[in-house]
Each structure stands twice: as C-alpha cells, then as structure tokens.
Design a protein around this ligand. Structure first.
Ligand SMILES: [Zn+2]
Ligand SMILES: [Zn+2]
Length: 324
C-alpha cells in the first residue's frame, strides 16, 4: 500500500463501521461532522479533484479520494463505506457527468455539502477539440464524428486545461472558506500559489506546442478536448468520452485511415486502460505507441502529481508531433 492510500483505507473502515452501527456524526448534536474535528473532511471523486483539495486545503483538510490509484475512475462503483463517506463529509468535490455512481450518491447523500466543479465554468461540447475538418473530396467527416456528438453531450475532462483547473481552484478556496471561515485567508493564498504554478504550466504548453510539424493526436478515448482546444491540437479518439467502449471495426478502420493520412508517428494510450487497440493501430500504420496521460487517476505505482504528469505529457507531445 502506498503512503497515500493508507489514511483512505482507515477512513473507509471508519465510515463503514459508522454505517454498520447506524451512528452518524451529525446525528448527535451540532459537533462537526467527520472523523477529524480539527480538519475539514473533504471527499473527492477522483485524482485531479483530490490534488486541488490537498494543495488548497493544505493541512487544514483531510482529503479522501473515492477512486483508487491505478483504477479507471469513470466507471467507479461505490461500496457502502464510500457512500457513508459521502454522507459524512463536510465537503464533497465531484464533477457531474464524469462518474455516474458518484453523481447518484451525491444527489442522495450530500445535499448542500456538495461542490460540483462542472458548474464553475460552462463545459465544452463533447465534440470540442475534435477532428472535424473536411478532407479534400471527402464527405464522411460529418458521420465520422456523429457517434461522439450525441445531442447536447458535454465533455467532463476539464482539468486538462490548466487555466480552467486554476479557476476551479479559486472557487474551491472560496467554498472552503465558507465551510471553515477561520482559515479562509489560507485557502485563498494557497489557491493563488497554485494558480501561479498552473499558469506557468499553461505557458510551457503554449510555447512548447507553438510550432509543430503535426497537430493531430490519435488518442485512446476522447479525454483531450480541453487540452486540444487550448493548444490548437486536434484529437482523433479511438473511442468516445468514456474509455470502456470497445471501438467498432468501422471506427478502428476510420482511425487507422486518419492516422495514415496525418502521418501520425505515435498512437497514444493511457496508463489505466489496456493499450491493445492503440498497439493494433500503431502496428497497422507503422507508428509507435506512447502514454498520453489524461490524469483521471495516478497509476498504482504512484509517483508524481498533476503538474509533473502534465509536464511528461508535454514532452511526449513535443516528440510525437515534432515540435521545435
Ligand atoms: Zn475520460
Ligand atoms: Zn483528418
């Protein structure tokens, strides 16, 4: 077990015990909810939200992530202990539309203790940053992307634009300040520090991807819409907005064709999803594979954080797209 997961396991056990015995911390009197009266108990749906809460909350918060390191968080299922954590937490950080099981539990258990980061700024449409140009003499561009463009669908992968993540961080600091007014100034200050770091990262991306020989990225699921929009890339997703859908043979053929046409040197896969399909396409077109991490969770081996994984992503992109 990693250093990070130990307190989580303990918190799970505590919440499970509370659930079993029917005792809830808020049932007795107006004493603060949660396991640690000195700190604000925050439950986060998945890693980037955990990162924000830890950076902005510092040692004033105790953060529990519902998604385990090494597990793909889209299709997270909650055990009773985790539902208990959601009902006990002083603040539940989630992103509506990303993890259906969390959405449901929040709706039933969290009440006004929930903070939906999808409400901070309007989300992009599911097709944003998609690869939607007309190839010369081709008429299939529309239908090619029709499957991703299901009516009104929004893209939840907002954290892959560092400036949006900074704005969410500012709002989180405000929210923590209302939960814990004594330390409101600390939260604001830490959010400002994090904003500086995220803006520096944004500048590195903008400069690092300014001049490249190619701008199309073939990725395993369409997690990179915000990154693509921000830095003028075009993503060609093997699958749609969630990674578990197996691509149809037709989609596989289309993506292979796109990869050829755009002379992709690299087909990207993810740490938390099988690389098989990416490898198949890469073999087909004579490209290599590389990890482009959507940072939906850290790998089980841990190591690094949002900022360092994003910098690794930037280097990977610069190599794959031959950026100068
Ligand atoms: Zn995703
Ligand atoms: Zn194309």
């Amino acid at each position: 077990m990693t250093f990070r997961s130990a307190p989580r396991a303990l918190a799970t056990a505590t919440a499970a015990l509370l659930a079993l015995t029917g005792v809830t911390a808020c049932s007795n009197d107006d004493s603060p909810a949660g396991a640690d009266p000195q700190r604000v108990d925050v439950v986060a749906g998945f890693y980037p939200l955990q990162f924000l809460a830890e950076r902005i909350g510092g040692d004033a918060v105790a953060v529990t992530s519902l998604a385990r390191p090494g597990a793909e968080p889209h299709d997270l299922e909650l055990n009773p202990g985790q539902v208990g954590q959601i009902s006990e937490a002083e603040l539940v950080l989630f992103l509506h539309g990303f993890q259906p099981a969390v959405d449901e539990a929040v709706e039933q258990q969290a009440g006004d203790r929930a903070f939906d980061v999808a409400t901070v700024e309007p989300l992009l449409d599911a097709t944003a940053g998609g690869h939607d140009h007309d190839h010369e003499g081709e008429e299939h561009a529309e239908e090619e992307h029709a499957e991703e463009a299901s009516e009104g669908a929004k893209d939840p992968h907002v954290w892959l634009d560092p400036t949006r993540l900074a704005t969410i961080g500012d709002k989180l600091a405000e929210r923590l300040g209302t939960v814990d007014p004594d330390r409101a100034g600390d939260y604001t200050a830490r959010a400002a520090t994090l904003r500086t770091e995220l803006e520096k990262l944004d500048t590195e991306f903008a400069e690092g991807l300014k001049t490249c020989q190619r701008r199309e990225i073939v990725v395993s699921h369409t997690a990179f819409g915000y990154l693509a929009q921000k830095y003028q890339l075009e993503q060609i997703g093997i699958t749609g907005l969630t990674p578990e859908n197996e691509p149809s043979p037709q989609r596989l053929a289309e993506v292979t064709e796109e990869a050829r046409e755009h002379q992709a040197t690299t087909i990207f896969f993810e740490t938390l999803v099988s690389p098989k399909v990416a490898e198949t396409i890469a073999r087909e077109v004579g490209a290599q594979t590389a990890v482009l991490d959507p940072i939906e969770g850290l790998s089980a081996e841990g190591g690094g954080d949002y900022l360092s994984v994003m910098r690794t992503n930037l280097q990977t992109l610069r190599t794959a797209l031959s950026c100068s």
